[in-house]
Design a protein around this ligand. Structure first.
Ligand SMILES: Nc1ncnc2c1ncn2[C@@H]1O[C@H](COP(=O)(O)OP(=O)(O)O)[C@@H](O)[C@H]1O
Ligand SMILES: Cc1ncc(COP(=O)(O)OP(=O)(O)O)c(N)n1
Length: 281
């Protein structure tokens, strides 16, 4: 695959910010995003939204950060360091989403503004633990999705956001149309959960054409953090100035390799592994 360039040693790299939760097991959330940012030539900045007590078996507790502290982290970074792209992951509740959307208008974040925004609408962990309060769904739909440069739901998230039960390529495309109509500039509907298919195919749509990104389904239980890794790779590519379709091509290849080289960790699901990028023989 084509890799993204790193800045010469001593020079300031491009910057991106993740607005997301922490995973104490290090597999998903902020930890996953920072791994992908660093390995794709991007200096990663962080706005923490929540701390999760999490391991390979699941999430057992969540502590949320006050909305004004989330907004403060974003404002502090944009006004000093400057970023070329941002992504959201776990946002925990509607008040945090409101704070992000409000500060986004102030700092020029979102579609048709200076800083592109990848929205990974994380609602629950792979074990079913809630990572977004159900009452925040309207705020996600009505306020955050309309400022997304790209929104990247998995099929469970698609069902919660659009009510569409994706069972094949046709329903996957229907869901992409609805997400675009909700205001996202591009919708990428991920097909990782269509487990009966021998290929894992994601559909990208911008209101005019459907683009498909697919890879043979890799047989592994160690896929924790796959969604975060796809979205952060897309964010890195956008920070480097790539178009959304080119960023999606990069991100799909990046996450596929990272799933291929995932490893066991703990007693449950291990993480996907972007360290293939630097691993030696
Ligand atoms: N077993 C797999 N083999 C190859 N690609 C996969 C596999 N599982 C997921 N993917 C890809 O990983 C990315 C994350 O997908 P998905 O599992 O649907 O999201 P999430 O991790 O948010 O639940 C997508 O690009 C998807 O196609
Ligand atoms: C803190 C935190 N953020 C996000 C997730 C979800 O990770 P994701 O890659 O979307 O999916 P799973 O690995 O849970 O399938 C998380 N678990 N924790």
């Amino acid at each position: 695959m084509n890799l993204l360039p790193s800045a010469p040693l001593g020079a300031t790299p491009v910057r991106a910010m993740t607005i997301a939760g922490t995973d104490s097991g290090g597999g998903a959330g902020v930890a996953a995003d920072l791994r992908t940012f660093a390995l794709s030539g991007v200096h990663g900045c962080v706005a923490v939204t929540a701390v999760t007590v999490q391991n390979s078996l699941g999430v057992s507790a969540v502590h949320t950060i006050p909305p004004e502290v989330v907004a403060g982290q974003i404002r502090a970074v944009v006004t000093d360091i400057g970023v070329q792209a941002m992504k959201t992951g776990m946002l925990a509740n509607g008040a945090i989403i409101d704070a992000i959307v409000d500060v986004a208008a102030e700092v020029g974040l979102g579609r048709d503004r200076a800083i592109p925004l990848v929205v990974d609408p994380v609602c629950a962990s792979m074990h079913g633990h809630q990572l977004l309060a159900p009452e925040a769904m309207d705020t996600l739909r009505d306020r955050l999705i309309p400022i997304a440069t790209v929104v990247t739901p998995n099929l469970d998230e698609v069902r919660l956001i659009t009510g569409i039960d994706v069972v094949d390529g046709d329903t996957q495309r229907q869901a992409a149309v609805v997400l675009h109509e909700m205001g996202a500039q591009w919708a990428m509907v991920k097909g990782g959960h269509l487990r009966s298919s021998p290929r894992s195919a994601d559909i990208l749509y911008d209101g005019t054409e459907f683009l498909e990104f697919e890879h043979v389904r890799i047989d592994t239980p160690h896929d924790h953090g796959a969604g975060d890794t796809l979205a952060s790779a897309m964010c890195s590519a956008l920070a480097h100035g790539m178009s959304v379709p080119d960023a999606a091509t990069f991100a799909k290849a990046w996450v596929s390799e990272s799933i291929r080289w995932s490893y066991p960790l703990g007693k449950g699901h291990g993480p996907v592994n972007p360290l293939w990028r630097v691993a030696g023989p």
